[in-house]
Ligand binder design. Sequence first.
Ligand code: DQA
Length: 145
Amino acid sequence: MKILVLHGPNLNLLGTREPEVYGQATLADINRDISALAADLGVTVEAFQSNHEGALIDRIHAAAREGVAGILINPGAYTHTSIALRDALVAVSLPAVEVHLSNIHARESFRRRSHIAPVVVAQVAGFGAIGYGLALRGLVTKLRG
Ligand code: DQA
């Protein structure tokens, strides 16, 4: 079973980007921990980061063609703006879990609205980097029925 892990805009800067909000872990650290947990769970993961909305959408479309079983996605600020990203997830009908490092509901009001949340299995927000592991466990459990 393969899970696609999508990281949206500015997440390539993790480690130096507002560490008081997003933590010290780099994206490479996060991807390494996800891969280690995936091996424990007996699934494979592929991580993809882009600062471009269309590139994330193209990757979601390709995932469906490749037989990916589910998607973990931190859409970054596209969470709050992108109907196109939401439509892509709906179009491919792949189970997805939305992850945020920060608790988006406890921040500025514009971060409280997620266009993604209504079309995913679950949202994990506020646990920092460990949220990805929680989300992966949840998604794999759900996919195994
Ligand atoms: C984020 C929260 C978003 O509001 C923000 O734009 C990000 C990161 C998070 O992981 O907490 O880029 O998705």
